[in-house]
Design a protein around this ligand. Structure first.
Ligand SMILES: [Zn+2]
Length: 223
């Protein structure tokens, strides 16, 4: 069926609403002009040598993250990536791989997808970045949103590892050609511990000669 017709049918069943403020919008419009304006006026969430979070986890940024996580809005991940793009640092363009933070297996099962992977794919669009979904959670820790801050700070170093099979699917050549610049991608960075454990897993895996430079991007930073 024609896409526009599908949009119109969907609009009759559930009128389109802005994912940021729930105001009525046109079909295919995920974020209203008011929310976009608010986001553009926001400061950058976090910017240091190794991490860039495009927005603070506040205002319209909060419901947008929730919408990607819980309402299955795949197209919204593309919108978030476009909002991030003008705020991305030069090192983002220099990276060779973009690796999503792995979802907790239970969450992935109920949701059907990993929102960090959706964001990574959207960010890679139109660039030379290769999306390599190679990180896996190993420890049976509860999903992060159900953990206390203290628990999150103690995420064990081996809680996330690189799955070699997944790397080989993406990168079948010699490991000597493992990229030196990798970007880990998450929707929200809180303490930064998860991103650091992911980065460490990639550095550890890329032994013994590896000097992988692993940096992180996120849509928003909380705390
Ligand atoms: Zn809005």
């Amino acid at each position: 069926m024609h896409r526009q017709l599908l949009d119109r049918v969907a609009a009759l069943i559930a009128p389109p609403r802005c994912a940021g403020c729930a105001a009525a919008t046109e079909p295919g419009v995920w974020i209203c002009a008011g929310c976009r304006e608010q986001l553009h006026a926001m400061r950058v969430g976090r910017a240091d040598q190794s991490t860039l979070a495009a927005f603070p986890y506040a205002g319209a940024a909060r419901p947008l993250v929730a919408a990607v996580k819980f309402q299955g809005a795949v197209a919204l991940a593309g919108e978030l990536a476009e909002l991030m793009r003008p705020r991305l640092p030069s090192w983002f363009e220099e990276a060779e791989w973009i690796v999503p933070v792995p979802a907790h297996p239970e969450r992935k099962r109920t949701r059907g997808y990993n929102q960090s992977l959706l964001l990574a794919r959207a960010l890679a669009r139109g660039t030379d970045l290769r999306v390599v979904d190679c990180l896996r959670r190993t420890a049976l820790a509860p999903p992060q949103s159900e953990q206390s801050r203290a628990q999150r700070l103690k995420l064990p170093r081996r809680a996330i590892t690189v799955e070699e099979r997944a790397v080989r699917q993406n990168h079948p050549r010699s490991l000597a050609e493992f990229p030196t610049k990798v970007v880990v991608c998450d929707d929200v960075v809180t303490t930064g511990v998860t991103l650091e454990v992911c980065a460490q897993a990639i550095r550890d895996w890329h032994h013994p000669t590896g000097t992988s430079l692993v940096r992180c991007v996120a849509f928003a930073s909380a705390g």
